[in-house]
Design a protein around this ligand. Sequence first.
Ligand code: BTN
Length: 215
Amino acid sequence: MKIYRYKEVTSTQKIAKKLVENGAEEGVVVADLQTEGRGRLDRKWISPLGGLYFSIVLKINEKLPLISAIAVAQTLKKIDLDAKIKWPNDILIKNKKIAGILIECIDGYAILGVGINIDKSPLESATSIKDEGVHVSKEVLLNQILEHLHFYKSAENIVEEYKKLSNTIGRFVRIKTVKEEIEGKAVDIDEHGRLIIEKDNKLKTIISGDCIYLR
Ligand code: BTN
């Protein structure tokens, strides 16, 4: 896959979308820093030097939210970090966020954006690879993620693999969706990556939202 490297961009998502508009069917856009990095749910992704920021153009695959979280978590596990997935696809180390994933769709393609804190975390509440005592180059990390993505795209039992890495199942959570806020126990993830919450002995399926751990 062709890799386009930049020192500074507004957002690698933006550049990747332009690639699609110009007819590219795949490609990776990597930048040393982003001035307008974006996170899920219209949040900012603070992107100073010292992090890994990239967006991949891929054919749409409905399992991408699961596959991408597994690929990032497995890559971090390979460098001895105990990575876990917080639903839907935040990557945590000891309950602190170390990486985030944003998936957007355009013209039948998915733009998979990944941000990983390497040298330091821009937020007090989060962590970085260096803070966890590990040294790794951005190049190695990116290549490993691309390899893992390739592998898991055709793997079976994706949901099982995701569930093994999840630290959301079994917790009491508050989920904020565009429509409502719901609290309950996260009991399962279904084959589409939706979260199943138990509340008052009833099960509720959540497609997407913001997840807060209550205990
Ligand atoms: C999140 O956890 O909210 C998702 C964060 C995604 C950040 C990455 S960094 C590379 C790509 N470009 C962006 O502007 N956002 C994604």
